[in-house]
Write a protein that binds this ligand. Structure first.
Ligand code: PEP
Ligand code: MG
Length: 577
């Protein structure tokens, strides 16, 4: 068999070699047939029974979630139950059965196509990707109607199976936890899809956005998944297998070896201490923060508390979430970022406020300033929680100093209202700003004067500097952290923070990329905040660096204007110790 390769978006690193297991696509099997008028009640009953079965299945999966399951799973299953309860899926197909005298499978698929069609008209990528949730739910119902099972059969629970799917629902992804699949790859899903989010928290090599893998790969084909490069090799020759086996062994060995440095302090060879912090989305992520050896939380993305629901979490609910995290971190710093809603992270707050170009629209701090009540509630909750640990507040997407001053006024109002209510909080709570818009980086010295710390959000900084939608895989090849303009903006921000003796962090994906660690700390960044699974690899780089020795090369690199030259010099810096 001729080997061939496929390319997608690697969303979780590592290498897996195993047999392909194709998850069937029930949607493709649906055909339309007529139902005799007298059999319509029976067909409707069959439909109701299938919906009830899937609901039971989902509730059962939720109740049996292992305690170490990623917190997102429960929320995803809730979303699927919510979709199933929506009358457009649970009621309208019954009318179609009645009116068109057709089979239940056809009726629900027809309804799904119409809903999905509406989603396709939505410009926002995050919302568009949510249509996959609807498809996954309908697929479960159709499988039941067709007499298939939604369980993955025992024969396929082999340890080395690699799941190949159109898309994998979060409920199906649960099997990974229990049966340790080697990897998974999907045709659909962008970088912000649920599949990608789950992949990262499950820590097995994964690739999304392969487009044609299900059509080109057959059951039991031998495949190699390189989650680091986003490459799948199908039917590899013995030589290719040997090559990847070696890579895999050295990856596994590295992972084991890294555990030895878990308790070590992140200090460079010439004595500079670097804070390696973790990014979290929900309070339960604290478990993986502890496992990673991170010395604090550098970014708590609070918008995840607001997602997958129609209402807003009230002050009490938010207070409990922030307090739990602060207490669990036991006096270690917890940087809580205020609501960064909008663009690819939609919450109920965005419903009425989605502009033509959401990434440039009313999002993050702009949205909060336009909804002072919501903002005040969150600030009160954070301030109340500040009594229970080492909490700092971080404001996202600042563009101009007026915005910051307005934000500080609302913070003062929140403080005053707590004083009035005789509720204690940390009066000296530190406040920081995210530098993630070029305008803010260019005027970072003004922000540095009015804030306690700065944190560079490189994900958005790159997006806005290079005019590349960070969620659009069509331009992802142009999304380059080493673009000289990006590096210059980071350098400028670091310089401004140092000038006013304020601490400077990076909390975008660049912070978790070991190839960039030496460069960033060589530029003077003191704190790197990343997904917990990246901490040890980054720490290894820190332990291996000498800032003094790198200084001249880093200055030289920042003066280069071509990416190739930057890459060549970076390689040299990374080889030096
Ligand atoms: C960033 O933009 O780099 C960042 C950390 O924030 P988010 O990824 O949540 O937009
Ligand atoms: Mg951002």
């Amino acid at each position: 068999m001729t080997p061939f390769s496929l390319h997608g978006i690697g969303v979780s690193h590592g290498i897996a070699i195993g047999k392909a297991y194709l998850i069937s696509n029930a949607l493709l099997e649906v055909v339309e047939y007529d139902i005799d008028i007298k059999n319509i009640p029976h067909e409707i009953q069959r439909f109701d029974d299938a919906i009830a079965t899937v609901k039971n299945e989902l509730n059962k999966i939720k109740s049996e979630l292992p305690s170490n399951a990623p917190a997102e799973l429960s929320a995803f299953i809730d979303t699927h139950i919510m979709i199933l309860n929506d009358k457009s899926l649970s009621l309208l197909p019954k009318l179609t059965i009645e009116n068109e005298k057709c089979n239940a499978e056809w009726a629900i698929k027809k309804q799904m196509d119409s809903v999905v069609n509406q989603f396709d008209q939505i410009e926002d990528l995050y919302l568009r990707e949510r249509k996959q949730d609807i498809i996954q739910v309908v697929e479960r119902v159709i499988k039941i109607l067709l007499g298939h099972s939604n369980q993955i059969t025992v024969k396929n629970k082999e340890k080395l199976s690699i799941l190949v799917a159109h898309d994998i629902s979060p409920a199906d992804a649960l099997h990974f936890k229990n049966h340790k699949y080697a990897a998974f790859i999907t045709d659909g899903g962008g970088i912000t899809s649920h599949t990608a989010i789950l992949a990262r928290s499950l820590n097995i090599p994964s690739i999304v956005g392969l487009q044609n893998s299900r059509a080109l790969i057959r059951d039991n084909d031998l495949i190699i998944v390189d989650g680091t490069q986003g490459v799948v090799v199908v039917n590899p020759s013995i030589e290719i297998q040997k090559y990847y086996k070696k890579l895999q062994d050295s990856w596994d060995y590295e992972q084991e070896k890294l555990q030895y440095i878990k308790k070590k302090k992140a200090v460079t060879k010439d004595g500079a201490s670097i804070n390696l912090f973790a990014n979290i989305e929900v309070p339960n992520d604290v478990v993986s923060v502890h496992a990673s050896g991170a010395s604090g939380i550098g970014l708590f993305r609070t918008e995840f508390l607001f997602m997958n629901r129609r209402d807003m979490p009230d002050e009490e609910e938010q207070f409990r979430a922030y307090k739990n995290v602060a207490e669990a971190m036991n006096k270690k710093p917890v940087i809580i970022r205020t609501l960064d809603s909008g663009a690819d992270k939609q919450t109920a707050l965005d419903n009425k406020k989605i502009g033509a170009n959401p990434a440039l629209g009313l999002r993050a701090i702009r949205l909060c300033l336009s909804e002072p009540k919501v903002f005040l509630t969150q600030l009160r909750a954070i301030l109340r929680a500040s009594q229970f640990g080492n909490i700092k507040i971080l404001f996202p997407m600042l563009t101009n100093i007026g915005e910051l001053r307005q934000t500080k006024l609302i913070l003062e109002r929140a403080k005053a209202s707590l004083r009035k209510d005789k509720i204690k909080f940390n009066e000296k709570i530190s406040i920081g700003g995210m530098i993630e818009i070029p305008a803010a980086a260019i005027s970072a010295d003004i922000f540095a004067q009015e804030l306690d710390f700065l944190s560079i959000g490189t994900n958005d900084l790159i997006q806005y500097t290079l005019a590349i939608d960070r969620t659009d895989d069509l331009v992802s090849h142009l999304y380059n952290p080493l673009h000289p303009a990006v590096l210059k903006l980071i350098a400028l921000t670091v310089k401004s923070a140092h000038k006013y003796k304020k601490s400077i962090a990076i909390c975008g994906e660049m912070a978790g990329e070991p190839k960039l660690t030496k460069l960033l700390i060589g530029m003077g960044v003191e704190q790197l905040s990343m997904h917990p699974s990246h901490i040890l690899r980054v720490k290894q780089q820190v332990l291996n660096s000498s800032i003094k020795k790198m200084k001249a090369s880093v200055i030289k690199l920042l003066n280069l204007n071509e990416v190739d030259k930057i890459e060549t010099l970076l390689k040299k810096i990374n080889q030096s110790t």
